[in-house]
Ligand binder design. Sequence first.
Ligand SMILES: [Zn+2]
Length: 510
Amino acid sequence: MTRKIQIFDTTLRDGEQSPGASMNTEEKLVVARELLRLNVDVIEAGFPISSPGDFESVRRIAELAGDQATVCALTRAVEKDIDSAADALKYAKRPRIHTGIGVSPSHLQDKLRITEEECLKRTAHCVSYAKQFVEDVQFYAEDAGRSDYDFLVRVIQTAIDNGATVVNIPDTTGYSLPEEFGRRIKYLMDNVNGIENVTVAVHCHNDLGMATALAMEGVKNGATQIECTINGLGERAGNTAMEEVVMAIRMHEQELDAHTDVNTREFLKASRLVSSITGMNVQANKAIVGANAFAHSSGIHQDGVLKKRDTYEIIDPADVGAGQSQIVLTARSGHAALKHRLEELGYELDGEALDQVYGAFLDLADKKKEVYDEDLESLVNERDRNENAIYMLEGVQISCGFPLTPTATVTLRNQADQVVTACEFGTGPIDAMCKAVDKIVQVDNDLTEYAVQSVTRGIDALGEVTIRVTDPSGSIYTGRGADGDIVVSSTKAYLNALNRLLNDKKEHRR
Ligand SMILES: [Zn+2]
C-alpha cells in the first residue's frame, strides 16, 4: 500500500482571499458540501477573528462536516485569534486549529520586527495555547520558502515539542524552485526530532507557475499533506490546484509511493461551481478542468485518440467528470424529475427554494427546449445569488441600435419593498443600464471588468455575465448573472456585484 496523502482544501480561506473572490456564508456552505463530495480530508473553513461572517462560516461548516472531514480554522500567533477559532470550532467533531508565525528574515525583520528568539517563544506559546482547546493543532511557518534552513529546523522542533500534530511548510510567496523546496523538506525530515510522528504539510503558491511542482517535490521528500484549492484559486497568482496534484499523484502512484482518497469524478463539477460562485473564470487551457483540457484539434491527434485514447490523452476524461453533460430535462419534466436531477448534481432543495428554481427552469425550457446540467447549476446559483440581496431586479428595458442613443430603463425593488424606476442613456446599452442602476443604488464604484460567456453550446444558450467593480477603498467585488438575454444577465451581474459591496459594508460596520 502506498502512502496516503491528506488533501487539505483551503478554497474557503486562501482561495477566498484572492481579490474579487469573496463568498458569503451561504455560498461557502455550498462549496463545503462539494468538498465533502470530493472526500477531502481537511476543510480550512476560514479565519474566524477576521470578520463575523468568517466566524459564522467556520461554525456552520463544522456543523455540516460532522465526522466526515476535519474542519480547520486559521489564526495568527495571537491569543484572541486562537480563542475565536476555538469558539467557532466548539461543535466540530474533528476540529483543528491552524496557528503560526512568519519565519523568514523578511517577515521577522520587516513585518513582525522581532528576533529569532522571540519568534521561537511565540511559536511555543501559540501551539501550547491552542492545545488547551483542541488535540489537533497545525503549525505554519509563514514564508518558510525563504527562511534559513537551520532556523526553520529550530522553529519546527519547537512546534512539535509543544504538541503540534501537523507542521505546515509554506512557500508563501511562491519564490522557491521545486528541487530546492524538496531539499528543504528533506532537511527538516533529517534534522527535526520526532518529525516522523507528525504530519508534514506543504502549502505552495503559484507566483512562478510552479505551485504543483513544488507540492510534488514536497511529497517526494516526505510531506504527507498537500494544501490546495479548487481551480488553484488563492492570493495573487493562486495556490496549488487540487485537481492537478491529485491527478499527478494518481498518474504516478508507484513512483511517488503515494495516493489520495479524493473522488476525482467530482472535479469538473467542483470547478464549475467554484468559478460560478466566485466569478473567477477558468482559462480554457487550464490543466484537468479547462474547456480545452480534452479537446484535440490537430488531425493527427484526433486520429490517434480515436484509434486508442492513450496515444495522446493520459487521463480518461470520465475520471475527472468531463464529457458527461447530457440533455436532462424538457418543459414536460415535473417537479420530482427536477428535484431528482438536482440531487444527483449535489443540490438539496425543498419547498420555496425548489419552487423558485422550478419556475426559472420552466421559463428556460420554454425558450431553449433542452436543458443541460450546466443550465440547472446556473439556475440554482442564480437563485442563491438573490439571497440577502439588498436590491432585486424587477425589470430592465433597453433600446439601442444605429443611429439610436442607447437608453435603459431599470426598475429595482429594495428590502423595504419599495419599487424605484430610473432611466438613463449612455455610450452603449451596458453603460446606459449601469448608469440607470447607479441612479437608484447610489454607491460609489468603478466597473473594472466585464465578460460574457455561454453556459452551454448553441445560439440559444444561457449567457453568463461576470462583472467586477472596485470601491473607493480598492476592494474588488465580483457579480454574476445568467439569463437567455445578455442585457438581463448583465443587469443581474451588476446588481449582484453592488449587493455584495453593500452587504460587505454592512458586515464591517458591525
Ligand atoms: Zn497561502
